[in-house]
Write a new protein. Sequence first.
Length: 331
Amino acid sequence: MLARPVDVFALSAGWVVESKWDGFRVLLAHDQEQTLLCSRHGTALTPGFPELVAAAAQLPYDVVLDGELVIGADVRLAFEYLTRRLNRRPATAARLAEQHPAHFVAQDVDLTARTYVERRAALEALFAEYGLGPPWTLCPMTTDEATARQWLSWSAVGIEGVVFKRQQQPYLPGKRAGGWRKYGVREFTEAIVGAVTGFLRRPGTLLLGRFDAAGRLRYVGRTTQLAAGLGTWPRSRPRPGPSTPGPAAPSAQAGVRTTPSTSTSSSPSWSPRSTPTSRWTAPAAGDTLQLRRPRADPDPADVRGVGGATGRQLADGDGRPRGARGWSVSL
């Protein structure tokens, strides 16, 4: 069952809230013959997570769980460690599992027409009766709005937002029913656009940069596909200027139209998987860098870079950071 995205945090009577984790949404089925893990798109994930297959011996037979696969690293969830498990040989998957073991955050059980309240009681009883502990985790749930809002402040450690669930809603496999709603954490900041994919007058995506401690423009991420209304931006080419591309700067050979003299300050919303002082993660479903609007007011030299300093504060003797000439925008 899928949740419908909403832009407003609203906990109504008859609803509960669960925390939304930065991981792989999966179904787990366990019986006396085998344990299966699959994504919500039907992709088989079992070979990549041998530690969970082994831990499933703690579960009763004929159980089906809906939940999230997560991997912790230091004090945060590390989505990149999950992606490393895909399409691996058994020996490699076992080695990665030993280095960074996965956990299963259980959100639902007995995926039938029973109400959420009944299914949640069954899930809690499963954990209590079988004494389940790591790698099994019971997803937090609350009816208290203040508690749910506090979860939104945990994005730095891997909480992406919250999911609202109607207490009397039955489980509808594969359906994006109105009984589930998801509210994601959104952050906003500024960046510099140094290149585009597609054509300059009608770009497909924007390639973003920030100044490093030496005042050099460094590549940090790419937006999702621009909406039709924004596809005509920018309308004119900026005046040329020097550029110092970062080590991971995109190349024309990769299908990118590089305009190293183009520096456009932008305000993007970034993924909870990253912070405004580090390189953003690559866009992924439900977790992306999205353009908000072009901006004409700030100078690219005033965009804050890694560490929080602006390009102007990191400027060379000429008063401008290297590679900072052109437009300003908001993402």
